[in-house]
Design a binder for this molecule. Structure first.
Ligand code: PMV
Length: 335
């Protein structure tokens, strides 16, 4: 029997992946850029047993205690394990224990962190040391494309060419940015991102988004290079609104925002007008990520905690990427 434990972070996209050009291989229509997070991580332990049999999946709550898994998790992990076995040529069954350091309903990219941690733990238990490119491919094989970006730390681009390999635009040490996640609704998504990606090209504005995204990517790359917050803020907010514009105009349409989402967006604009370095972005859900500088963070948190409809906030920052916490190989497994 071999064992491994891996930890992988969530990430928040500045320019988002929305629309899958190849669903089987989970490849996007447009490149995306994200910031890897630090505290919001998934920790996954796997044991690889020889011989046939069913994989077992256990879920741990943020305090480390066994809990009942979120809906669809066991099925998603088993599906991903089948793909990892095929990609890595592994025979045998897995016992998986996995969980997140953060609340699962918080609108954080829990699937990205979870799939990246599972991919790294499985590859490690099989005696492999995947580089970022291989880990990105193994992570997104679970069906969550954004998991590819969790293969690296700092600021990460997932291009559309090069078969989906990811690259680091700048390490975490380059720019200490914060992510204040403002939770306004914890209920599970009614329409998941997989379905959102499928519907995206049906929006009459999708082609225009693809045209505009190129310039936006360049502005974000430049803003990261120069640590230019106002250029970053403008591009990040444009792209977040764009994603939701596509979702709302897809056929059939998808509305992810709640009334409180708009309250937080308005509050963010007021804070920026008051001179704080803060901007907002929203994934496929109603919760808002406020990207800000360390100097602005406390004021941002105090202001949004006072807004009506805000349940709680999660504070995070740019992080250094996934890691293997433990590896215990049975003899003959090391390459
Ligand atoms: O990784 P997926 O397939 O769950 O898609 C995630 C898409 C967004 O989070 C909305 C945007 C992104 O680029 O992370």
């Amino acid at each position: 029997m071999s064992r491994a434990t891996a930890v992988a972070p969530a990430n928040i996209a500045f320019v988002k992946y929305w629309g899958t050009r190849d669903r089987e291989r989970v490849l996007p229509f447009n490149p995306s850029i994200s910031m890897t997070l630090d505290r919001c991580v998934a920790r996954c332990s796997v044991e690889l047993e020889p011989g046939p049999g069913e994989d077992s999946v256990a879920w741990l709550a943020p305090d480390g205690r066994p809990a009942s898994p979120p809906e669809g998790l066991v099925q998603g992990v088993r599906w991903h394990l089948d793909r990892l076995r095929a990609a890595l040529g592994i025979e045998g069954r897995f016992a998986v224990e996995t969980g997140n350091s953060f609340p699962t309903g918080a609108g954080l990219a829990s699937s990205a962190a979870g799939f990246a941690a599972l991919a790294l733990a499985v590859a490690t238990a099989a005696g492999r040391r995947p580089d970022a490119e291989e880990l990105a491919a193994l992570a997104r094989a679970g069906g969550s494309g954004s998991a590819a970006r969790s293969a690296l730390g700092g600021y990460v681009e997932w291009p559309v060419d090069a078969e989906g390999a990811v690259r680091c635009l700048a390490p975490a040490s380059h720019w200490d940015l914060r992510d204040v996640v403002v939770v306004v609704d914890e209920s599970p998504k009614v329409i998941g991102s997989r379905e959102g990606h499928r519907r995206a090209p049906s929006s009459p504005y999708f082609g225009r988004r693809l045209e505009l995204v190129e310039g936006r990517l360049e502005r974000v790359r430049e803003a990261l290079r120069e640590r230019d917050f106002s250029t970053l803020a403008e591009a990040v907010e444009e792209d977040a609104v764009d994603l939701h514009l596509i979702a709302m105009s897809s056929r059939p349409p998808i509305f992810y925002w709640a009334p409180e989402t708009l309250v937080v967006l308005e509050g963010t604009r007021t804070l920026r007008a008051d001179g704080l370095d803060v901007c907002a972005t929203i994934d496929a859900g109603p919760n808002v990520h406020l990207i800000c500088t360390p100097e602005a963070e406390d004021e941002v948190v105090a202001a949004v905690e006072g807004l009506e409809g805000v349940l709680y906030v999660v504070r995070d920052r740019v992080g250094t990427g996934p890691l293997v916490e433990q590896q215990d190989l049975s003899r003959g497994d090391v390459e």
